[in-house]
Design a protein around this ligand. Structure first.
Ligand code: 5AD
Ligand code: SF4
Length: 490
């Protein structure tokens, strides 16, 4: 991220009569300047500001990417609105399961109707789904009204792509298969003033057999620790108190750096940042979770008491077919070790039901793990076949009805255990970061505990962004109702 004043100073020195520089990020600064001129010309033509809307699907990585895209749009003069009637709409897509793809096609049908009424309207598609050649073919054939398509590796080029889009009547497609490039120092807009995601690495090398992420997000590459620390320091000066370190597999952070560094070491450096109060991270692969990390978490004052540790399946046979590289016993031993070392930690997980060849007996093993680990929350997904992944060619003799019954059985246990886990803090006083006013009741605000559970309590918008003490009065399954207590009572 770059400070506004710094960017403005650089833009002053750029002469658009010169050719665009080839080095990044200078090239993008050049196109930011050019895009500003284009946007202001359009604005003069229409006699009103140009508006833009970003629709984001999928995970925290995509949410973070969208902040970068919105940062560029605002910087070049678009007014952001939360409405697909905008002059420019981008869809940042997800393809981890097929229903995410179907939702995007649905939105495209809808937005095409709007475009027919407003021919100036521009439609851009980006994100994971665009990294699949079959998707691009389909859009070229059946969604010809789309103006711009780009992927996950070149979002930093958005200003340049916008310039190309406004200068062309053809669909612009710019997809890179992979990259080892990390372009820093571009504008970004944050959704929240007090908390922020921070990318620490991109891509994934694990190739779990059901998962499309390694194909659409490319090989693992870590950001330089100095850039990460500087970014967080800057965020703190802007009022951020909580960061979420983001990576597909944060536990393998640092392996690709010239001077290798472990994730545990990175956390220790982040902990030293003055003014930063809370550190979260996502996602951990169980096979790479080190003892060092557990110790760093245990002794940290800032790392939140929450670990998301995807299980995916509880049967060793299925885990092997999934290429997860741990057994049921190894996972359980790890979970027990974490609970022993950090007793107040909340563990959450992801589970897939219906992987090819998974039987009711396999799901019984998953249920056993859920009962034993006692997750605070578990996200359960029906397996979705992703073309190009090894699992897509595996036969699945298990019928749909059986899969559905297995799913329902698991979900019931997940909900029961989560309910009893979450309720265990009732009566305690905990600190909560206030995130927003309650949507349904304006006399309440909603805060997040260190262990990631939500608490609603009486308060107003002046509390947003503050960490306050809250008594957890009543447990309601997945959240608490509480009351604020003055600092001096704790
Ligand atoms: N089908 C269903 N769920 C999947 N996930 C990843 N790939 C698939 C798939 N093909 C789930 C995993 C992962 C989460 C982000 O999405 O549980 O942890
Ligand atoms: Fe997909 Fe496995 Fe990588 Fe997670 S670790 S992104 S599930 S391949």
């Amino acid at each position: 991220m770059i400070k506004n004043e710094e960017l403005e100073a650089i833009l002053q020195t750029i002469d658009l009569r010169d050719d665009a520089p080839t080095d990044e990020p200078m090239r993008q600064y050049y196109f930011i300047k050019q895009a500003r001129e284009l946007v202001s010309a359009e604005r003069a033509k229409l006699g009103r500001p140009l508006t833009a809307d970003g629709e984001t699907f999928g995970c925290q990585m995509n949410a973070k990417d969208s902040e970068k895209l919105i940062g560029i749009l605002e910087n070049i003069g678009f007014e952001m609105i939360d409405d697909e009637s905008a002059d420019l709409v981008f869809y940042n897509t997800c393809t981890v399961r097929d229903n995410a793809n179907q939702r995007v096609y649905g939105r495209l049908g809808f937005v095409n109707q709007m475009k027919k009424k407003n021919p100036h309207k521009k439609i851009a598609l980006c994100g994971c789904m665009m990294q699949e050649p079959s998707v691009i073919e389909k859009i070229q054939k059946s969604y010809k009204f789309v103006d711009l398509i780009f992927g996950t590796h070149n979002i930093y080029k958005f200003a340049e792509l916008i310039v190309s889009m406004y200068n062309s009547n053809e669909m612009i497609i710019d997809i890179w298969e992979d990259t080892n490039k990390i372009v820093e120092d571009l504008p970004a807009e944050r959704k929240y003033s007090f908390k922020s995601g921070v990318n620490i690495m991109y891509g994934c090398n694990n190739f779990c057999s059901y998962c499309i992420v390694p194909y659409v997000r490319g090989r693992e590459r870590s950001r330089n620790p100095r850039d990460i620390i500087q970014e967080i320091e800057k965020l703190v000066t802007e009022g951020v108190v909580e960061v979420m370190l983001l990576g597909q597999n944060v536990n393998s952070y640092g392996k690709t750096l010239e001077e290798p560094m472990s994730f545990a070491q990175l956390l220790q450096e982040v902990e030293k940042i003055e003014g930063l109060q809370r550190i979260r991270f996502m996602t951990s692969h169980p096979k790479d979770l080190s003892d060092d990390l557990i110790q760093v978490m245990k002794h940290s004052r800032k790392i939140c008491r929450h670990l998301h540790l995807p299980l995916q399946a509880g049967s060793t046979r299925i885990l092997e077919a999934m290429n997860r590289r741990y057994t049921k016993e190894q996972y359980l031993a790890l979970a027990h070790k974490i609970r022993r070392e950090i007793p107040d930690i909340a563990l959450t997980t992801d589970i897939i039901v219906g992987f090819p060849g998974e039987t009711a007996a396999d799901v019984d093993e998953t249920i056993e793990v859920v009962r034993e680990v006692q997750y605070d929350n578990a996200f359960t997904f029906l397996y979705s076949k992703r073309t190009g992944t090894p699992a897509a060619t595996m036969p699945n003799p298990t019928g749909e009805d059986e899969i559905k019954a297995n799913f329902d059985r698991l979900l019931k246990v997940v909900q029961e255990t989560a309910r009893s886990r979450v309720g265990r803090l009732t009566g305690q006083v905990q600190s909560a970061l206030v995130e927003e006013c309650n949507e349904h009741d304006s006399t309440l605000v909603s805060g997040r505990l260190s262990n990631n559970t939500i608490v609603h309590f009486p308060g107003d918008s002046s509390l947003i962004g503050k960490i306050v003490n809250v008594r957890l009065v009543e447990s309601h399954g997945f959240y608490y109702m509480g009351e604020q207590v003055p600092d001096n009572i704790v």
